[in-house]
Write a protein that binds this ligand. Structure first.
Ligand code: UDP
Length: 323
């Protein structure tokens, strides 16, 4: 069975769906601090916390675990600056707990959710895996530290991992079964859609004086179902004996905040009020990744490279979520 830690969350739930679609058996382990039990629509669910070695051991004793995918992490960059301990304890220490129990049970395949935040402020676009890593906030640093731990564990204990550095995860399951549901919501696309649905008055554009074509930040939005596909390919790569690797997962296209708002207006048919606002501290002007390595080694190719499609699936989910 495949253990999906954090499988009740946004990305984990999409991966769980995709794994089951392809005939894998899954166990979801999640403490539901941010996850949603009704997102666990496939496989079995075990509620538990990575802070407890015994709770992790229980799951490994109960099921025959072949590989682990780890999504359970806090993801608010701003909060990580305000309360770094919260981030290091969960994103770093609890990951060490998980790895400890994996080694106790000789489970040696690990797919890890890393992030483009491990690169810090880019000095070259598109960002490749060879770009220097110099994270600028505790969220990015914690993920970077786990990557370093993985390198050492891989060398010493024969653990093999695929560390997947996501760019901006976006969109929702095209069937509308699971989607993005954060509380509080801080991400651009769901907030724009809240404005489209009349749940908020407007969308604030954080910074209009960046050195980008229209002055607003450019990001690489990658559909969550494409991310899910990459995870399964990474798992299969490890099952086939692949060596430990880092992979960027983005679609290689950058879209500005204004472009995302324009596309959302077209998709929803709503007049979405946009208000120019101050820059948000810590936002690099452009983050666009090269996923050439994942394409070459994993044979991965994003299917939803078009922003229109990404927003369409997010809108479909958004309307369902409101019901
Ligand atoms: N953004 C914005 N208004 C918002 C939320 C986000 O202008 O209400 C911008 C943000 O500054 C960034 C981009 O949208 O340039 C994507 O932000 P998000 O928080 O979705 O993802 P991040 O890039 O921080 O991972």
């Amino acid at each position: 069975m495949i253990l999906i830690v954090g499988g009740a969350g946004y990305i984990g739930s999409h991966v769980n769906k995709e794994l089951n679609k392809r005939g894998y058996e899954t166990v979801v382990f999640d403490n539901l601090s941010y996850g949603h039990e009704d997102f666990v629509k496939w496989g079995v669910f075990e509620r538990g916390d990575l802070g407890s070695l015994d709770e992790i051991r229980e799951v490994f004793s109960k099921y025959s675990i072949e590989a682990v995918m780890h999504f359970a992490a806090f993801t608010y960059v701003g909060e990580s600056v305000e309360d770094p301990q919260k981030y290091y304890l969960n994103n770093l220490c609890n990951t060490l707990n998980l790895l400890q129990v994996m080694l106790e049970f000789s489970v040696k395949k690990f797919v890890f959710s890393s992030t483009c935040a491990t690169y810090g402020n880019p000095i070259e676009i598109p960002i490749t895996e060879e770009h220097p890593q110099d994270p600028i906030n505790p969220y990015g640093k914690g993920k970077f530290m786990v990557e370093k731990v993985l390198e050492d564990y891989s060398r010493a204990y024969d653990l093999r991992y695929a560390s997947l550095r996501y760019f901006n995860a976006a969109g929702a399951d095209p069937d509308g079964e699971v989607g993005e549901l954060h509380d509080p919501e801080t991400h651009l696309i769901p907030l724009i859609l809240d404005a489209a649905a009349g749940e908020r008055e407007d969308i604030k554009i954080f910074g209009t004086d960046y050195d980008t074509p229209d002055g607003t930040c450019v990001r690489d939005y990658i559909h969550v179902t494409d991310l899910a596909d990459a995870h399964i390919r990474a798992l299969e790569y490890l099952k086939n004996g692949g060596a430990s690797e880092f992979f960027n997962l983005g679609n290689g296209n950058g879209f500005s905040v204004r472009e995302v708002i324009d596309v959302s207006r077209k998709v929803t048919g709503k007049t979405i009020k946009a208000v120019e606002d101050e820059r948000r501290p810590g936002d690099p002007p452009v983050l666009v990744g090269s996923s050439k390595k994942a394409q070459e080694i994993l044979g991965w190719k994003p299917e939803y490279a078009d922003l229109h499609k990404i927003v369409e699936t997010a809108w479909k989910w958004h309307q369902k979520k409101l019901k």
